[in-house]
Design a protein around this ligand. Structure first.
Ligand code: UDP
Ligand code: MG
Length: 152
């Protein structure tokens, strides 16, 4: 499994509900490496680019309004297979269909307030990381317990 980096964001509802620590710790405990982290209130331009694939959908305007309504916590997580694994940790888009044990399954009810975003594939991850982070904001570092994270 190749080492990848993915983009994850705690949406304004997750920040307002005090779920930042809970969500960060789920990715940390899984074993992924945090390589980027910041809080920002996205501009309309950033939000429209980020959700550009949904531009024609009826929920687009409301989604952009919501995501720009307050601070978001943007994260970059690195690890083997992290792109697909993060989507598993996050759970299905509709929280009522998300399995218990997933972030949305445990912490959310409504599709329009589903707490967290995660890139859905390698190309999306690359696009979203470039959109939300400057290259200088992504850190290269070796965890001191790296020996316990890799295949023996
Ligand atoms: N969304 C919504 N209504 C819908 C479908 C999606 O409000 O009917 C929102 C929801 O917050 C979702 C986001 O739009 O997380 C992006 O939709 P997508 O299908 O890409 O889901 P995700 O990748 O976040 O699971
Ligand atoms: Mg998506």
């Amino acid at each position: 499994m190749a080492t990848e980096i993915t983009f994850v964001a705690i949406k304004p509802d997750g920040v307002q509900r005090g779920l930042v620590g809970e969500i960060l710790s789920r990715f940390e405990r899984k074993g992924f490496k945090l390589v980027g982290l910041k809080q920002l209130t996205p501009t309309k331009e950033l939000a429209e680019k980020h959700y550009g694939v949904h531009r024609e959908r009826p929920f687009f305007d409301g989604l952009v309004e919501f995501i720009t309504s307050g601070p978001v916590v943007a994260m970059a997580w690195e690890g083997d297979g992290v792109i697909a694994s993060a989507r598993k940790l996050i759970g299905a888009t509709k929280p009522l269909e998300a399995d218990p044990g997933t972030i949305r399954g445990d912490l959310a009810i409504n599709i329009g307030r589903n707490v967290i975003h995660g890139s859905d594939g390698p190309q999306t991850a690359q696009f979203e990381l470039g959109l939300w982070f400057q290259p200088s904001e992504l850190n290269q570092w070796d965890p001191s317990d790296q020996i316990w994270r890799v295949e023996p």
